[in-house]
Structure formats: structure tokens, C-alpha cells
Design a protein around this ligand. Sequence first.
Ligand SMILES: *Cc1c(COP(=O)(O)O)cnc(C)c1O
Length: 440
Amino acid sequence: MIYFSTNKSSIPVSIKKATLEGLAPDGGLYIPSEIPHFSPEEIALLEGATFNNIAFAIAKKFIGGEIPLDQLSDMIESCYPFQTPIVKLDSQTFIEELFCGPTLAFKDYGARFLARLTGYFAAEEEKLITVLVATSGDTGSAVAYGFQGIPNTRVVLLYPSGKVSRLQEQQLTTAGGNVYALEVQGDFDDCQRMVKQAFIDPGLKKWLTLTSANSINISRLIPQSFYYAWAALQLKELYGYNEPLFSVPSGNYGNLTAGVLAKRMGFPIGHFIAASNANDSVTRYLDDGRYDPRPTITTRSTAMDVGNPSNFARLNYFYGNSNVSMGKDITGIAVSDEETLAAIRLVYDRFGYIMDPHTAVAFRALERYRASISPQKKAGIVLSTAHPAKFLEVLQHALDKEIEIPARLLDVLEKKKKATTISSEYSELASFLNELNESP
Ligand SMILES: *Cc1c(COP(=O)(O)O)cnc(C)c1O
């Protein structure tokens, strides 16, 4: 399988190069030259299979040939030692809980796979890869825990001092080992500027192999298709439902793009609901065909506060730059903060189930979508992207109730923070990286 750029002016590359490079040299995003297909017989054989078996079947089609299959299989086992539960709310409504990994958010699915693949390819090239990430919270922690202890890799995280939650800061600063946290005296934009400068600094390039781990990397995207295939097959196996709806809480639209991959592979998936908050650039595009990104608005579902989503380029490519053909598979629904809080309350009152605010956006969007179709009863899966305990303030506001904090979150809160404080001058990042290189 070869991978080419959405901008079409870079030469096609192998998965190894696409993984280690992240972004294509022409500024586009890598996509597979063709989306692998599963025949109905192959799909039937996967009904009733475990999550990891389904993941392996998919990974094999995308990257088999580049990695011995026994090693690919081991890699998947070590990526996903946790469950992916599908909770039934009522006869038609299901929640797929994607928050059972170490950082209690769905980004673990992509980051853990990317980390192992990067480690494998780095070892093959006999290189030490340095992953440089600017983070405002969740991506950084998934990357820190994903790469923790992976040979041939190390991670340098930049986060804005005082601008991430205490829990996020603990997750960013306590992984240790090959993970280094830099507390920057500045804001997220400063962190991002410094990281960008490092990538083009010829002084660093001589001895440092830098890569990024944000959601543009194709190897973070492929593994996110696993849980769509799993949920669609489970609904068939356990409840006899075919082609359920998927409602996806969206920010950079990587999650939704992975769903489109799974559908094109041939898994029994119906329509997608692209649920957004007030940051509705894609929703508006689906309505009128004009892509007119606006500055980011802060909402109660902060991880979805993205004004100009990076994966829009891939989605648009898949649908031939046409909002009409995209609309055949995807309906965009924007949900307000008031509706989000009301949905958290409604689901708690009706089912005793506590949703995080991002999940609540997708739940509300599914309700609104169903109200617009006929017949309205259609099986739907809401992707739950974070554990509610990660967003205690919003939940306490919505529910006026103490939220139970899982033991593994409490553990993180007790660990000792280890971070190096630097100013927002680029030279301080450069000297940190230089010193890192000189230490063993
Ligand atoms: C990152 C994130 C999202 C948005 O996912 P995208 O792939 O960027 O669309 C939604 N919910 C949570 C909790 C997240 O951390």
C-alpha cells in the first residue's frame, strides 16, 4: 500500500515514511492510494471476533507487508489491553465507551498505535526519533502515555503554564522516562510557534530526527477505524441491527474521517452525524457548500473547539470536493452549550448514565437527527470520547452531583510533577533539545 498527499504534488511514500514524516512535504495530508476492501464473506467471518482480531484484520490490509504479521499482532495486543464497552441506553441507542485507556479519552486509540509503529520503524532505521508536541491538554497526555517506554523514541511536550487543568498537567508531567515536559511561560500559540520553528531549524536538523504526533498523522487515523468496525459488528451480533447510525463528537474531524474509512472498507455502517459545538465550519459547509472557517469559539466541550479543522482536507478529498456527495454519508449538526448541559441532565435522569460534555454533544445531535428522519426509530451509536471525570466542572454545573473519580485518575494526581520551566523564547527550546542530545 502506498500513501499520497491530498495536495498531490509530493511523491507517494510507504507507510513507514508517512508515519515518520507526519505531514507531506507539499503541506498536504497522507491518504492511502486506495482504501482496502473487505468482501461480505470476509466481514461475515469477523462477526463475533474480538476487538483485537478485528483491529489486526484491518491493520494487516493497511500495513501488512511492511511489518511481519506476528509482530503486527503483538503490537495490537500491547496497544489495546483494555475493553471497548458498548452500553445500551434504550433499544435503539448505544454508547460506545472509548475512554477505557490510560488517559481516559479516545485519543489513546490513535496515539498508542502511532507510538508502537513509530518505535518499530525507528528501530528499523536505527534512529532515535524525537516527537515534539505542543499541547493544550488531551493530545499531549495521550501521546505521553502512548510513547512512554517505547524504545527508539522520546517525547518532548510543550504546554502553556497555568492554562491546562490540574489533572491534565499531572498527566503531562508524570509519565517520566523517555517523556520530557516543558512548562512554557506563555500561551498555547507560543508553544505552537516554538514547535514550528524547531521543525525548520537547520541547526537542529543536523543531529535530531524530529516528528510530530498530532492528528494529521495517518498512523493515528487508521487505528481509529477499528472501533467503528467493532461497534457495527457487535450491534449486528448482539442485537441484529444492520448499518447503525454513528454520532461523532468532532473537533479536527479525525475521528469522523476514520469512520468514513471503516464504511468504505465495507463494514456495515449507516449514516454519520458529525456533531459539533458552536465551532461549526464543517456543518455550514455541508449546508451550503462554502468552506468558510471562523476563529475558534470557547465552549463547554473544549476538546472540540476548533475553528479550522485539520482533517477537513482528507474528508473533502474523499468526497471529491462536493458537499452534496459528503451529505449522502454525513449530516452535520451543531449543538449549543445549553443543549449540551440539558442532554447531560436528561440522560442522567432517564437512564442514570453520566456522559461527559463531548459525548453529550453527540447524543443531542443524534436525537435531533432522528427527529428529522422517518421512520424515526433507527439504531444509533454515540461515540463517547472522554470519561466524565475528566470534565468535573462542567458535570457539577449540569448535575449538581458528586462524580466518582476512577482510581487510575487519582493515582496520577498523587504522582510527583516533573517539568522544566522555559520562557517563550525559541532559543530556550533549542538549548533544551541540545542538552537532551548530549545527555545519555
Ligand atoms: C480530540 C477530542 C475530540 C475531537 O476529535 P477529532 O478527531 O479532533 O474530531 C472529541 N472529544 C474529545 C474528548 C477529544 O479529546
